[in-house]
Design a protein around this ligand. Structure first.
Ligand code: SF4
Length: 339
């Protein structure tokens, strides 16, 4: 059945007017879905019963089913199954009173980072309705509002720009989330970075760099390395010029690979003329067979201190959800292995 999320409001208006209902019913339906996260047409109590019957008989709301979920004190990770039988995840993170939803934009990821469970395969882009559906599902599941969004789940958002921007339009215009509370995280697609600056200058940008060393990038992030670091830095400077925003540089420490003082020094040199702050992240090994390991907390703290001593703002982020296959693609990977 067709998901109502994918129908633009003008088309929905035409459909229900043709059925004999008033155009203002569209607004009521959208409010039930986007503001109240109601996932059942029969619960939309201000709609005529016949209209609820019509909607239920012709449309679904979500274009996927919840397959399973994993939960600890700080995170809930959802695994969904699409209508074409593929699986993808989203993660809800609780931090003090703040709830942040980490959205996926693709099923698998074509960037193929060596240390990432998601990068082991790529199937397709998620549709608009599959991305916005993650938000509506999560809000409905916890029965609380979610006002902070990060595109840091499965996939490279700048390789699915059209759908990601349509979702951002809905989040900001329909659901009224501040664009400053939305972050797109990229592995470094220069044109995508510049496009964001023009298209949505208030939306925040995070860049995952993995290593400041061009040769190591070729091994660690083979597809991302087709974009030279110099080209990425150029696009980041342009982004800053246009938006005035500082950029978050995400740096996941990989034991013995990118966690030396020399790496920290090179990092700081690379961003010497760009306003950034570093989020240093502890790696979640993707599975038992990994040959890439996590840096100890003590070493990570020293790395952060070194960045600070070189004059850069830096924070250590202990990955949430370690107990529940927390890094992107891990719950899906675990499910695919045992199913
Ligand atoms: S780390 Fe990010 S960019 Fe790299 S493969 Fe995984 S999802 Fe893709």
């Amino acid at each position: 059945m067709r998901s109502i999320l994918g129908i633009k409001s003008e088309e929905l208006r035409d459909i229900i007017v043709k059925e004999g209902y008033e155009p203002y019913r569209v607004r009521q339906i959208l409010e039930w879905i986007y503001e109240k996260a109601v996932l059942d047409f029969y619960s939309m109590s201000n709609l005529p019963k016949e209209l609820r019957n019509f909607l239920s008989g012709n449309f679904s709301i979500l274009p996927f089913d919840l397959l399973t979920y994993a939960q600890d004190e700080e995170t809930i990770k959802f695994l969904f199954k699409t209508e074409d039988g593929l699986t993808f995840e989203s993660v809800l993170i609780f931090h003090h009173n703040r709830r942040t939803l980490c959205l996926s934009s693709q099923i698998g990821c074509p960037i193929q980072c060596r240390f990432c469970a998601t990068g082991e395969s790529f199937y397709r882009n998620l549709t608009y309705e599959e991305i916005i559906g993650q938000y509506i599902f999560a809000k409905s599941y916890i029965k609380k509002d979610i006002r902070s969004i990060v595109f840091m789940g499965m996939g490279e958002p700048f390789l699915n720009e059209e759908n990601v921007y349509r979702v951002i339009d809905t989040l900001t215009e329909e659901i009224k989330i501040s664009p400053r509370h939305i972050t797109i995280s990229t592995s470094g697609i220069p044109q995508g970075i510049v496009n964001l600056a023009y298209r949505n200058p208030k939306v925040r940008l995070a860049f995952s760099i993995w290593t400041p060393d061009e040769d190591k990038r070729k091994i660690l992030v083979p597809l991302a390395s087709r974009y030279k670091l110099n080209d990425i830095l150029k696009s980041l400077r342009e982004y800053v010029d246009i938006t005035g925003n500082r950029i978050s540089v995400e740096y996941t420490l990989l034991k013995g690979i990118n966690d030396s003082n020399n790496d920290a020094y090179k990092l700081v040199r690379l961003f010497s003329d760009i306003p950034v702050f570093f989020n240093v992240i502890l790696y979640n090994p993707k599975d038992e067979s990994t040959t890439i390991y996590r840096t100890s907390v003590e070493e990570a703290q020293k790395f952060v201190e070194f960045l600070r001593n070189l004059g850069k703002e830096a924070h250590l982020r202990i990955s949430k959800g370690l107990k529940i296959s927390g890094a992107c693609g891990q719950l899906r990977g675990a499910y695919e292995r045992v199913k």
